[in-house]
Every structure is written in structure tokens, then in C-alpha cells.
Write a protein that binds this ligand. Structure first.
Ligand code: FES
Length: 262
């Protein structure tokens, strides 16, 4: 893990509340794995005191850059959205446990709800370069919240879309889309990131149908490095060392299906 001061290479709004931040962070970019996150000090002062966690949407080890795709949801993300190219941002990373990249079989399905798509892009890149076939299921309230569709297609992924209001793709939600997809497509491994309710459904479906997979959880975080316990979640079963709780920041944010209570 590194603590660095990273120059902002670019920072732009994709929609009024969705931003893409590109940082020059060679030491972190070289080591980061899909599913890991960085903990960012969003302002130059001490308000807010706590850093904010952001999953990595782009990891370019050779160029030494990281991309963060995020939605403005509160004070911290609002302050971050006001930072300009050329400024430097204090960040810690790479943090947490990322996605498993090896699974038996060749077909991985990535399910993203809304901004939950963020950590799935570097995952798709890694799976495609490992020779896997990748299908991406994207769901959101409406067309404007379907993010990175063209980027996934550009990698060679098959992309299916659903929106609550039918403004893009099939009308419905991403769980219905997944269930329909599973009726006639064998899936070797399933990954999901998005709202907690979506993750709870995917986790249950995977366990019931015996499909292996992982979910990436979000949590309020303090330290981001396993020291403060503010991100704890309950395990479904005690782990091998008798622990009933997991820390999202250091045991996760990626967990296997059936591992924690969602
Ligand atoms: Fe401190 Fe996870 S944020 S233990």
C-alpha cells in the first residue's frame, strides 16, 4: 500500500452527477488489481476529516494512471467533484481484496447496477486478456445511468441492458435480466456490483443455483485499512479462525457468494 500525492490528469462530468477522475499514480497503478479501491482525501483541508473509498474503474499500469468513476452522493463526493486537473490529491492504495481472476470454465458474467459498474471494467479487461468470454449485464433506472456500455463492447464483451423505465434495452430490472439470461446460457462464474438489494438477490441466486461468484460490497469506511472496525459486516458462518464479522475494507470489498450477510 502506498500513500501518495497524485496529480489530477483529467476530471470531467459525464452527467451532472457522474464524474470521471484520472490520476497519475504509477506506484498504485502498477500494483492494483480489479476490485481493489483507493482511499481519497477529497479536500485539501481537514473537512471532512475522513477519506472516501472509490473503486478503480481504470487501471493502466504501463501509463501509470488510475481512473475513478463516481457519482456525487454527498458532501465528500461534491468536494471531490470540484477538484481541478493539475491539482494533487492525497490517496492511499491499492486497498482491499479484489476479484478472483481464475475460474474453471470460460464464461464469466458481470452484472452492474448503476454506478456499481465502476469496478467491473478492469475486471472485464483482465478476463478478456486471459481468454475468457465475458457477458456484461447492465441495469439502471434510465438510459442516462447506463454507464460505460461502449467501453465494454469495445473490449469484445457481449453487453445486455435493462432500464426501469424502458428508455434503453428491455424494460425491467437487472435481476430479471439475469434470471432470463440464466435460463438458456451456461455461466461459469458470476460477478456483481451495485445496490445492496441487487447484490443480495445475486448472492442468493448464485447459492441456490450452485453458480460460483463474487459480489463487491460498499460500506462506510473510516481507516480503510482494517484498523477501526467501522466497515464490519456479519459473516454467514464463522471463518476458519472463528471470526463472525468481516471488514469490508480489508477482508473485502469482494466476497464470495454466501460468505457474508447482505
Ligand atoms: Fe476501518 Fe474497515 S474502514 S476497519
Amino acid at each position: 500500500m502506498f500513500q501518495i500525492s497524485a496529480p489530477i490528469r483529467s476530471h470531467r462530468a459525464l452527467r451532472p452527477d457522474i464524474f470521471f477522475l484520472e490520476l497519475e499514480a504509477p506506484s498504485i497503478a502498477e500494483k492494483a488489481q480489479p476490485g481493489q479501491f483507493v482511499h481519497i482525501k477529497v479536500s485539501e483541508g481537514f473537512d471532512p476529516l475522513l477519506r472516501r473509498p472509490f473503486s478503480l474503474h481504470e487501471i493502466k499500469g504501463q501509463e501509470g494512471t488510475l481512473g475513478v468513476l463516481y457519482q456525487v452522493v454527498g458532501k465528500g463526493t461534491k468536494l471531490l467533484s470540484q477538484r481541478q486537473a493539475g491539482e494533487e490529491i492525497d490517496l492511499l492504495g491499492p486497498l482491499g481484496k479484489g476479484f478472483s481472476l481464475n475460474f474453471s470454465g470460460d464464461h464469466g458474467v458481470l452484472l452492474g447496477g448503476g454506478i456499481g459498474v465502476a469496478p467491473l471494467f478492469p475486471l472485464a479487461e483482465s478476463l478478456i486478456s486471459a481468454g475468457k468470454k465475458v457477458t456484461v449485464l447492465l441495469g439502471a433506472r434510465s438510459e442516462g445511468l447506463i454507464l460505460s456500455r461502449e467501453k465494454f463492447s469495445g473490449l469484445g464483451c457481449r453487453v445486455l441492458v435493462t432500464t426501469d423505465d424502458g428508455s434503453l434495452g428491455e424494460k425491467g430490472n437487472v435481476i430479471e435480466l439475469l434470471k432470463k439470461y440464466l435460463t438458456d446460457h451456461p455461466v461459469d462464474f458470476l460477478y456483481a456490483c451495485g445496490p445492496e438489494i441487487v447484490l443480495a438477490h445475486v448472492d442468493r441466486l448464485g447459492v441456490e443455483r450452485g453458480i460460483p461468484g463474487e459480489v463487491s460490497l460498499e460500506a462506510m469506511m473510516g481507516c480503510g485499512v482494517g484498523a477501526c472496525l467501522s466497515c464490519s459486516c456479519a459473516r454467514k458462518d464463522e471463518n476458519e479462525t472463528g471470526k463472525k464479522y468481516a471488514k469490508v475494507c480489508s477482508d473485502g470489498p469482494v466476497f464470495s457468494f454466501g460468505e457474508v450477510q447482505i
